[in-house]
Design a protein around this ligand. Structure first.
Ligand SMILES: O=P(O)(O)OC[C@H]1O[C@H](OP(=O)(O)OP(=O)(O)O)[C@H](O)[C@@H]1O
Ligand code: HPA
Length: 192
């Protein structure tokens, strides 16, 4: 079996250490309860509207998967790939990697993402949906970070699982420098 080079070994060890020392802010059980509630609200509002759900890759992947399996009505799924952080801890300009394929015109659209932080990502995607003439646009995020730096004052998602402290968080889709999207809960590195 090929050996890992020194740089890879150092990354692996530092990422293991990061997880060992991390603070768990939200447990998996709390995430599951929040997803149950979001699914009930979405089903109540959109269950008879044949909606299209757009996952915002990459972070929205895990929330989308967990949420959609809780929805017992016909729906379509597509994705948008837009990134603003690109493995960094601060956001920059939004870079659209992939635009959606399923047309939004006349459809009830739901955008699913992992986190509403400053909100620039969601605001840009909302503009795109409006221009694409969606019949209605709803947004669903697993967590809303609590601070006063939102791109527009009072910016909120229509469906929000949990509020999270103003720290750099990872897990359940959210990455720390590209890693630990797979962590089964929501964590923050010690001291960050
Ligand atoms: O509210 P904002 O400050 O705009 O930040 C939220 C966005 O940032 C993250 O994506 P990121 O750009 O890190 O790409 P990723 O999904 O590939 O991690 C996250 O998944 C949201 O899409
Ligand atoms: O706190 C965060 N963690 C991971 N990805 C993010 N994208 C925006 N904010 C965050």
């Amino acid at each position: 079996m090929a050996k890992l080079d020194n740089e890879t070994l150092a990354s692996r060890d530092s990422m293991r250490e990061l997880m060992d020392d991390a603070d768990c802010l939200i447990t998996q059980q709390q995430v599951e309860h929040a997803l149950d509630r979001m699914a009930e609200e979405i089903s109540r509002d959109l269950g008879d509207k044949l909606p299209v759900f757009y996952c915002v890759m990459n972070g929205g992947l895990i929330t989308t998967g967990h949420l959609l399996t809780r929805l017992g009505f016909p729906l379509e799924v597509d994705y948008i790939h837009a990134t603003r952080y690109r493995s960094e801890l601060r956001g920059g300009d939004l870079f659209w990697r992939v635009s959606p394929e399923v047309p939004m015109a006349g459809r009830h659209v739901v955008i699913i993402d992992d986190i509403l932080d400053e909100g620039s990502t969601l605001a840009a995607i909302l503009e795109y949906c409006k221009e694409a003439q969606a019949a209605s646009i709803s947004t669903a995020v697993l967590v809303d970070k609590q601070h006063d730096r939102k791109a527009a004052p009072g910016l909120k998602a229509d469906y929000c699982g949990l509020e999270v402290a103003d720290r750099f968080v990872f897990g359940f889709g959210m990455d720390y420098k590209g890693y630990w999207r797979n962590a089964p809960g929501i964590f923050a590195p010690k001291g960050l």
